[in-house]
Design a protein around this ligand. Sequence first.
Ligand code: PPS
Length: 579
Amino acid sequence: MKTRVLKHLIAPHGDDLKDLIVDEQRAGELKTQSRDWLSWDLTPLQVADLELLISGAYSPLDGFLSRKDYESVVNDMRLPDGTLWPIPIVLDVTDAVGSKLKPGATLSLRDAEGVMLAALHVDDVWTPDRNADAKKLFGTTSADHAGVTQFVNDLNPVFVGGRIEALQAPVHYDFPSLRHTPRSIREELAQLGWRRTVAYQSNRVMHRAEQTFTYRAALEAKANLLLQPMVDSSRPENKDYFTRIRCYRDIDKAYPPQTTRLSLLPLHLRYAGPREALWHALIHKNYGCTHFIVDPALTNPPGDKPAYKESAYVDLWKKHGEAAGVVMIPFEKLYYVEDLDEFRSETNIPKNARVLTIADSDLKDRLDHGREIPDWFTFGETAAQLRRTHKPRYEQGFTVFFTGLSGAGKSTIANVLLVKLLQLGGRPVTLLDGDIVRKHLSSELGFSKEHRDINIRRIGFVASEITKNGGIAICAPIAPYDAVRKEVRRMVSPGGGFLLVHVATPLETCESRDRKGLYEKARAGIIKEFTGISDPYEVPDDADLSLDTTELAPEEAVWEILMHLEREGYIGVQARDVQ
Ligand code: PPS
């Protein structure tokens, strides 16, 4: 009965939907045998690939590609038997593990907790020329291309290919009710009688424009809609997928009842442009979809200029669309035409009509400052979800990071700032002064570049935790190196504000003060590697404020910092609060 119903659906890629989970008896055997096997702890990307292999989303693959398959995919976008498959699915391991593996061996694949998920029966172990292969896959070897760096730098050097026997799928505790296998989605589509289904895959929050586009696309294709938001948490920009998925859970209701289905896709992006979009289409076909909305923004690497033009997607589809067996629907950005109270594509906007859009940066700005998010732009539930996560700046945490020479006045200003912020109230304040940190966090460290960088990274980590949780961190180390200061900014910024204050008191002033007598010792060569004397200080080019204490009293310096924080919206300072 079930087979007859399923027949109405589009066939899986390669006609056979894989399911790599073995029965209980075989699982027991594999577990027992695994005592003698080598183990590999899977990376997040590999866990995602394994999950999609196991569930059949990567049908017709039944394991990680062997060398012959890999080369055929990289060179021709096809498996050796001619089946279209544009992206290589590989298991990359370290030299140490690779050197111990031979064809015929079995490798046990484990998740981060050490649970054995699958056995890999090794066919091939080889070291590919990843630079040459990146050129074929991405059309470039540029280090600015996120796909290239992921493939060339992030993957381990040795690839292992072979068939998979799985004991269990990776376990997810987040949104379990929204996770499905291609088989379960297919059964559901068949039961609902959906023969034609449009897949929409996205790693962004959907607003009214995207909802309208997907609704119209499904209507035009006389099809239903499968929304597949991605749950790739490997990159910082995708970290907050919890908020995204909560938004999707609500947006579901914006479509007519019984027309739309929501399911999470644990897929990691490769940023391989058109060939990746073609690959996504095959995955959606395995979920039972006949149409696929192709948004070039999804598979282009992040950057100002797209690496792959829209026309490249259309061209590749012309060449391989038939082999893919899925209809491509090019995504179109829609604009809100105020006079018509309607979304239109760029070519359909009446002359002189007032068009409204909100760019990502504008939306962030509105959230930062607690400004209105208009109803024409997004749904009330979506705006509320975004506000829950992205608090206005006056409720966000922040870090004030001082840098400057020894004796420049960092600690004095930091202490006054601490007191003023406590007087202002509203947030917990933590002072991470150079001396305190060196005593409690970095007591084993010296003053080599390597040790100073470790010290600053530790401070950055603590500051980012404090900031993320809504507190204020004041840091006051010398922090002489630019690169690690920038690293700290990148660590802290996603969770709140970051203000770099250069205490730019000149060396002569610091040396003439010489409160601790350290300069004298440094000049005499008693203290080695002393910043400004026998060790470098890289003046920041990205300081938000620069203060020279030769001319400023500590209270004046702190007042400038408070004014800056107020201008940026992090605090509201009334005169009585700081007097
Ligand atoms: S760093 O470079 O940011 O890791 O340094 P930091 O943790 O702020 O520590 C600086 C304080 O350590 C004392 N000290 C030295 N400073 C610079 N170079 C050398 N070689 C050195 N040896 C000891 C010095 O008192 C610094 O304190 P401040 O408060 O900056 O004067």
